[in-house]
Ligand binder design. Structure first.
Ligand code: ADP
Length: 318
């Protein structure tokens, strides 16, 4: 899904942020990108989102060579990626619902679609009850859960999280990573940049480590430190939350089913009217042909389907 091939990034001021980077991430993987501050993690993310272009080498995403991607296509690419930031980046003047809905509005979704899907995604992150709250009324953990809801609203194939737990206490940090893991298990590729050693150690996922712009480690079940303490992370939900989530998912499936049926009915009505139009034209053509035949017969003074008349033609010809 993602490949860095001999990729380098040198900023105009001469800072070498990435040097000869080579790795591949398959669809559906969960990868931690770790390293000290200044190691090149953010630059790596920026190359995937085309905020920056490589100075050398290539970055390939879903068979597209990003360095060759036309500027006008960059927004399309970004819509397929869910982004999560350390500082949440919520819009203060919008409610939780509106913050999440915004990403769907940009995609041109209908109001009904937005309402149903936002409610469902908020129930997944356990925030359906806070839909009308403003960001200033949320805790850090809740704000980041809104960030996750916003990142997953358009069902992206890839989620890029840049220090998602950087502003959170360990308990909330674990909850965020547990949610990311759930999303990953459902099929979304996740790349999570962090220097939160304890979480990396807990999760035992693939670790890509950068140091001074170089890739110094790529390990399948890696850890930040030597002490390995694997723990199953889970995002706790009350029974009531789970019921609400199931209801929301059911509502969405039902709604999508209805939408599909309505679309199919519309399509078959369109096909029927096309066929009607076609057969009307054919009828018209036939009647025109009949008219021409009649005209010819009149000109030849022959009545249609009259064998005697036909005989008289034969006679004439003879
Ligand atoms: P990290 O995310 O791991 O902290 P960055 O990718 O932000 O690392 O930075 C890697 C290196 O590139 C650092 O030396 C940083 O100073 C430099 N750098 C990052 N962004 C820019 C920029 N826009 N202009 C110049 N240098 C930059």
């Amino acid at each position: 899904m993602i490949e860095f091939r001999n990729t380098e990034k040198v900023y105009p001021n001469g800072a070498k942020a990435l040097i000869d980077i080579n790795f591949k991430i398959e669809s559906g993987e969960f990868v931690f990108c770790i390293g000290e501050s200044g190691a090149g993690k953010s630059t790596l993310i920026k190359l995937i989102t085309c905020e920056e272009r490589p100075s050398k080498g290539t970055v390939i995403l879903d068979n597209y060579e990003l360095s060759r991607l036309q500027k006008r296509l960059i927004p399309n690419l970004r819509r397929k990626i869910g982004m999560i930031f350390q500082d949440f980046r919520l819009i203060d003047s919008k409610t939780v619902f509106e913050n999440v809905a915004f990403a769907m509005e940009i995609m041109g979704a209908s109001k009904a679609q937005i309402k149903r899907r936002v409610s469902m995604v908020l129930s997944v992150v356990g925030l359906r009850d806070k839909a009308d709250h403003y960001p200033s009324e949320l805790s850090g953990g809740e704000a980041q859960r809104v960030g996750i809801a916003r990142a997953m609203i358009n069902n992206p194939g890839l989620i890029l999280a840049d220090e998602p737990t950087g502003n959170l206490d360990p308990v909330n940090g674990e909850a965020i990573l547990a949610l990311l893991e759930e999303i990953n298990r459902a099929g979304t590729t996740v790349i999570c940049c962090t220097h939160d050693a304890s979480l990396v150690d807990l999760m035992q996922k693939r670790v890509i480590e950068l140091s001074n712009g170089r890739l110094v480690r790529d390990e399948q079940r890696g850890a930040y430190t030597d002490c390995i303490a694997e723990k199953e992370l889970s995002f706790e939900r009350s029974d009531e939350d789970i019921t609400k989530m199931d209801e929301a998912i059911y509502e969405n499936i039902h709604y999508e089913h209805q939408q599909r049926q309505a679309k199919r009915a519309k399509q078959s009505a369109e096909i029927k009217s096309m066929l009607d139009e076609d057969s009307r034209k054919r009828r018209n053509r036939l009647s025109l042909a009949e008219r021409i035949a009649k005209m010819r017969m009149l000109a030849e003074n022959i009545e249609p389907n009259n064998p005697e008349s036909t005989a008289s033609i034969v006679d004439l010809e003879q």
